[in-house]
Design a protein around this ligand. Structure first.
Ligand SMILES: [Zn+2]
Length: 78
């Protein structure tokens, strides 16, 4: 597994949606490639940041915003 392969699946890896053997391949690569390790840490930080931001907004609030937005969109269409 090369750097390009790791970059391609980095988000799947962070989402834990890869097979066990694929995860091991990536883990092995990260052990020998500091560059990919660094990229992985940055990707994880960005992902965690957005995840926290989304959690700060209560779900009903999110739904309301989306709903009013689609209602407005309908009015525009009419
Ligand atoms: Zn690499």
């Amino acid at each position: 597994m090369g750097c390009n392969d790791v970059q391609r699946v980095i988000y799947f890896f962070l989402d834990d949606s890869l097979t066990e053997s694929k995860k091991q391949d990536i883990g092995k690569h990260l052990n020998v490639c500091p560059e990919c390790g660094q990229r992985m840490r940055i990707s994880k930080r960005i992902r965690d940041f957005f995840r926290r931001r989304m959690q700060q907004i209560p779900a009903p609030e999110r739904f309301k915003t989306r709903l009013s937005r689609s209602i407005r969109a309908i009015r525009v269409d009419f």
